[in-house]
Design a binder for this molecule. Structure first.
Ligand SMILES: [Zn+2]
Ligand SMILES: [Zn+2]
Length: 271
């Protein structure tokens, strides 16, 4: 098993060092762990939830390389990133990804809107009337994030349900278009188990979206979105069942941005 979505103290809302996450992954018997801290952004954008560019190059990147080497006989450490999708910053994000030798890049929508006019999806409340529109906007952003072809994995692809699950014809259409784009762009969806630690008590995406993911044969991968070392692989005792049901027991792994698929029995086939 792999855990491709982990953070550290550097994002300022997490705890622990890269090494502690890797040690926890070894203890939990994982084959691979991916280090995917929130990406640095320019203009001090949302600096309170991420490291600076300087910290990335002086602390995080060397820490990941260091543990990859130090523990290579016990676990494979992948160099990942949780990148933003935010119109207006595409060029900067593309250059940052190009400059670094990632094994995979997760594309996540944490903000709606565009540069200079963003609506955050954290630490805010929206009025009841705004929530349907937010769902539609969110899935439209997910659709665009798949088409921009910067990302290998779409992160927590129904995160918007944190504001309350809503269903309407417009939301369902926007969600379906987003999933079709993910399929067409040949990117992967993560089963993010962090929702089991939150009031939603549901993975991202939940069963309703996983059914559509399965229908479209979108490849899956796994992540805990751990923000503390003890959260590595959290919920994995239940995740195998979801992989069996919605991914035919297969999950994707990445090396230098090349995807291959493994089955839960660990036989490997190239995609
Ligand atoms: Zn985070
Ligand atoms: Zn995220």
């Amino acid at each position: 098993m792999v855990d491709y979505h982990t953070h550290t103290r550097l994002c300022k809302h997490g705890e622990g060092e890269v090494e502690e996450y890797v040690l926890k992954a070894i203890e939990r018997g994982l084959d691979e762990i991916g280090c995917s801290e929130h990406m640095p952004m320019p203009d001090e954008f949302d600096l309170r939830h991420r490291m600076s560019l300087e910290e990335y190059y002086s602390i995080y990147a060397p820490a990941v390389s260091g543990v990859a080497e130090r523990y290579k006989d016990r676990i494979t450490v992948r160099r990942g990133l949780e990148a933003e999708f935010l119109p207006g910053y595409e060029r900067w994000i593309e250059n940052f990804i190009k400059e670094n030798d990632f094994d995979y890049v997760i594309g996540s929508v944490h903000f709606l809107g565009t540069k200079g006019n963003v609506k955050p999806l954290f630490h805010v409340e929206y009025s009841e009337e705004a929530i349907e529109e937010l769902h539609v906007e969110y899935f439209e952003a997910i659709r665009q994030s798949a088409f921009c072809r910067q990302y290998d994995i779409i992160g927590h692809c129904d995160l918007i349900k944190k504001f309350g699950v809503r269903s309407s014809k417009r939301i369902e259409e926007a969600r379906w278009e987003a999933l079709k784009a993910i399929k067409e762009a040949d990117v992967c969806v993560e089963i993010n188990t962090s929702g089991w630690r939150k009031p939603e008590q549901d993975t991202y995406p939940g069963i309703d979206v996983l059914e559509l993911v399965h229908k479209l044969r979108i490849p899956l991968t796994l992540g805990s979105d751990a923000h503390k070392p003890e959260q590595v692989a959290m919920g994995y005792e239940r995740v195998g069942e979801l992989l069996d049901r919605f991914g035919s027991g297969r999950y994707s792994v990445f090396q230098k941005r090349q995807r291959s698929e493994l089955t839960l029995l660990k036989s490997t086939t190239a995609c």
